[in-house]
Each structure stands twice: as C-alpha cells, then as structure tokens.
Design a protein around this ligand. Structure first.
Ligand SMILES: NC(=O)c1ccc[n+]([C@@H]2O[C@H](COP(=O)([O-])OP(=O)(O)OC[C@H]3O[C@@H](n4cnc5c(N)ncnc54)[C@H](OP(=O)(O)O)[C@@H]3O)[C@@H](O)[C@H]2O)c1
Length: 215
C-alpha cells in the first residue's frame, strides 16, 4: 500500500507501489506458498496471472516435487471471471474458482475445463468453508494478494494468521481509493483485530512490516 494506506487509485486502476526488492520478495512468497488467492475485483481490475515470475524459483519448486506454480485461486461468488483471464491461462498448474449458489450453471460449464470449481455459500462464497475445503485439497500455506474486500472478509472471519505489508513512498489520496481492509469495518474498539509486530525493515525507500494476528 501507499504511505496513506491506498492499494490503488480511486478509479481502481493498478499502480506500481513496490520497488524491485519488494517485487522479488512477493515472488519468493508466492513460490513458497501452496496457493495464491485474489478476489474477483482484483481479476477484473488488474488481470494478474499470479504465476511465479522467476524461472529459478519455478525450478526450485519442481525440484521439491511441487508444481511449477502454486494453486491459483479466485473468489468469485457469481462466476463473473472472463474465461480469457490471464490467471486461467498463463503458466502451468492448478486453478480453483470459489463460487456460491448464485453462479450461473452455464457459465460454470464454460469454466470447468479451465479450473476446479468449488461451491460454498448461498449468495456469497463462505470463506470459512472454502478454506477448509482448500485444506482438504492439500493447501496448508495460503497467500492472499488482495484486494481489500477479500482481505476484510478473511480478517473479519478470523481466517488470517499473518499480515505482511509493504508501505511505498508515495501518497495516492482519494477517499474512495481502496485500502488494505474494506468491507463494513468494525465500530466497537473491542472488535478491532489486534496484531503483534514481528519485524520492520526499510525496503526500496519504503517499509516492510510483518505482523501476526492475535487470536
Ligand atoms: N496494491 C496491491 O497490492 C493490490 C493487490 C490487489 C488488488 N489491488 C487493487 O484492489 C482493487 C480490487 O479490490 P476489491 O476490493 O475491489 O476486490 P477484491 O477484494 O479483489 O474482490 C472482492 C470481491 O470478492 C468477492 N467475494 C466473494 N465472496 C466474498 C467474501 N465472503 N468476502 C469478500 N469478498 C468476497 C466479491 O464479489 P462477488 O460477490 O461477485 O463474489 C467481492 O466484491 C483494485 O483497484 C486493485 O488494483 C491492489
């Protein structure tokens, strides 16, 4: 996020906040994860592939007996994902789309050759049930790359163990620009999610902060 806590502009256009060291760090984190997940808002705004960029890191994964890329996951209650989305095509490996009961069966049939479809929840993906299903599928280390709506959903349901945040050296501004945790937000102080500081380090003229979520 930017120094003022924004993930992008008020038009929700993708912007580059990370410097080179942070991009390398994120690629390493992807390569060490069993799966990488984003919300459909991020797919529609940024069309990320979520693939591991470094060839060396992909080879390391193959040597460890893993697939080249972690499982790539999109949380998308009504299956709005375009079948041409980069995440469904770029790089090898498994894909999972998490949908709810309100997804259109015809669209699901179109997506089935491209990804495993997991259905939970009636109107919205039931994140707790979905995360349990991922565990059954062998996903133990799940990295979530945003956006703020999905991050809020996971945090507010107590499903996050760790928050790692790079804070870049720019101000984006805009009251409608997305932030790290969106949704409704908490009102009562005793509901706030409390974090324990693990480390802070300067990086690319910004800061890298690691916190554990207090349970
Ligand atoms: N700076 C960064 O590192 C970074 C990273 C990622 C994204 N971004 C930015 O963030 C913005 C996109 O974020 P966003 O908040 O709009 O979208 P998002 O968090 O990527 O996706 C949110 C969507 O996920 C779906 N969802 C399904 N079940 C959910 C649940 N139980 N809880 C929460 N969400 C659920 C909802 O759509 P349905 O109801 O249709 O399922 C929801 O609208 C873009 O501007 C992007 O550029 C920045």
């Amino acid at each position: 996020m930017s120094a003022d806590g924004k993930l992008s502009t008020r038009e929700r256009r993708q912007v580059r906040i990370s410097g080179r060291s942070d991009l390398t760090r994120v690629d390493c984190l992807r390569a060490e994860s069993d799966a990488v997940m984003v919300g459909i808002g991020t797919v529609l705004a940024d069309d990320p592939s979520l693939a591991v960029k470094s060839e060396a890191l992909r080879l390391d994964r193959l040597e460890r007996g893993e697939e080249e890329n972690p499982v790539r996951i999109v949380v998308d209650s009504s299956a709005r994902i375009p079948p041409s989305a980069a995440v469904l095509h770029r790089g090898t490996g498994r894909r999972v789309i998490a949908v709810s009961g309100r997804s259109d069966p015809e669209k699901l049939r179109e997506l089935e050759p491209l990804a495993t479809i997991v259905r939970t929840g009636t109107d919205r993906v039931d994140l707790a049930a979905f995360v349990q299903e991922l565990h059954r599928m062998g996903v133990n280390r799940l990295m979530v790359e945003g956006g703020g709506t999905l991050i809020w959903g996971l945090l507010s349901e107590g499903l996050v163990d760790e928050v790692t945040c790079f804070i870049g050296n720019m101000i984006i501004g805009g009251e409608r620009a997305p932030t790290l945790a969106e949704g409704d937000g908490f009102i009562r102080e005793d509901s706030f999610i409390r974090l324990s500081l693990v480390s802070v380090e300067p990086m690319d003229e910004g800061l890298l902060i690691r916190w554990l979520v207090r349970k």
